[in-house]
Every structure is written in C-alpha cells, then in structure tokens.
Design a binder for this molecule. Structure first.
Ligand SMILES: NC(=O)c1ccc[n+]([C@@H]2O[C@H](COP(=O)([O-])OP(=O)(O)OC[C@H]3O[C@@H](n4cnc5c(N)ncnc54)[C@H](OP(=O)(O)O)[C@@H]3O)[C@@H](O)[C@H]2O)c1
Length: 184
C-alpha cells in the first residue's frame, strides 16, 4: 500500500518570531529561498489567500492550493490548472495529498502565512523552520503552539553574505511519536 504523503510546514522567522510585514517577508535570505525552491519544487503547496496574493508570480512547477472563505474569490488573472481554491484547510490538504499520490510524491507543503501556519500545526508531520538571527518588528508571527510535540532532528547554519541579509539556521523538526513510540 502506498503511504499517505506527509504534510510539512515550511516557514522562516526572526528571533522575535516575525514572519511578515505589510504583506511581505521581513528579510531577504537568498540561500533560504533556494532551499525553499529545492524542497517544494514539483510538490503541491498550500497557502492562505493573502500569501497567494503576495506572490509576485506563480511559483513554477508547483500546484498552488489556495484557502479562502470567499466563495467568489477567483485567483488573479493568469490563473490556470496550477491554482486550485478551497474553503478550508482540511479539504485543501486532502486535495494536495491526492495530487501528490497521483504523482508518486511523498510530501506536500504548507507555505504560509500566519493564519494558515497556525491552523496547520495540529495536522502537520514536519516543520522546516528557518530562524534568522535578527529582531524585526512586523505584523505577522509564527509561534509553535506546542513545543513538546516536536523534535529537532537537524540544524544547518548559514552565515550572512552579500545575498543573505542575516545569519540563519534551518531546523528540521518532526512530530514526536505519541506515547514516545512505545507500544502498549
Ligand atoms: N516568513 C515566511 O515563511 C512566510 C511565508 C508565507 C507568508 N509570509 C507572510 O505572511 C503574511 C501573510 O499571512 P496572513 O496570516 O496575513 O495571511 P494568510 O495566512 O496568508 O491568508 C489568510 C487568509 O486565508 C484565508 N483563511 C484563513 N483561514 C481560513 C479558514 N479556516 N478557512 C478558509 N479560509 C481561511 C482567508 O482568506 P479570505 O480573506 O479570502 O477568506 C484569510 O484572510 C505576509 O506578510 C507574507 O509575506 C511569511
């Protein structure tokens, strides 16, 4: 039997947990964007309507799954089969997983923003968490609702460069097995 594709959150925040300001990211980290592209390419990506509208263009080679309560929301001009709109996260996740399964993929992504990250945490299997070594005031934040539910299995450090505004770490966190993985 094929396994259900996992649901992963991918997010980048500052030390004070800011992820957004005025509809944009609070920093520019080119290496992190390259990692985002590498991880998500070819896979379905789930996002809130505001994050979708903040994208300068459709991200190539990824099905965009947008969540909106507005039944009249029609994704902006230029929309094609690369964009699907759903009215809630559960149906959006089911659709993303179905598309991934059809294409032999093992992972789908939640790519933001703040509202959708918050709701997705209880459903997610994995978090790719970028933590930039800076404090920036913003209007959108990412908090891990239950730190004890997650184990960090990998941390990779990146230095600041001319293209990476601040030093940062990319952490990979996986959900701890319920009951510590013990069978009863
Ligand atoms: N640093 C990062 O990693 C990162 C990643 C992505 C985005 N961001 C930033 O995050 C900010 C945007 O985040 P945000 O929290 O303002 O908005 P968002 O999560 O992108 O989108 C919110 C919208 O999603 C829809 N929605 C939310 N919950 C829903 C539900 N339960 N059912 C149906 N629809 C639902 C609603 O759309 P309608 O209003 O249409 O109903 C809502 O207005 C931007 O600044 C962006 O740059 C940062």
């Amino acid at each position: 039997m094929t396994k259900t594709p996992i649901l992963s959150i991918i997010v980048a925040r500052t030390k004070n947990h800011c992820i957004g300001i005025n509809g944009d990211l609070p920093f520019h980290l080119r290496s992190d964007l390259q990692n985002f592209k590498k991880l998500t390419s070819g896979k379905p990506i789930i996002m809130g309507r505001k994050t979708f509208q903040s994208l300068p263009k459709l991200l190539p080679n990824r099905t965009h799954i947008v969540i909106s309560r507005d039944y009249n929301f029609k994704a902006a001009s230029g929309v094609n089969s690369a964009v699907l709109v759903f009215s809630n996260l559960v149906t959006a996740t089911a659709a993303a997983r179905a598309i991934a399964s059809e294409n032999g993929l093992d992972e789908v992504f939640v790519i933001g923003g703040g509202e959708i990250y918050n709701q997705a945490q209880s459903l997610a299997d994995k978090i790719y968490l970028t933590e930039a070594d800076c404090e920036i005031g913003g209007d959108t934040f990412f908090e891990i609702n239950d730190e004890s539910a997650w184990e960090t299995i990998e941390t990779t450090h990146f230095a600041a460069t001319e293209h990476d505004q601040f030093p940062f770490d990319i952490k990979i966190m996986v959900r701890k097995p319920i009951n510590g993985g013990k069978t009863t």
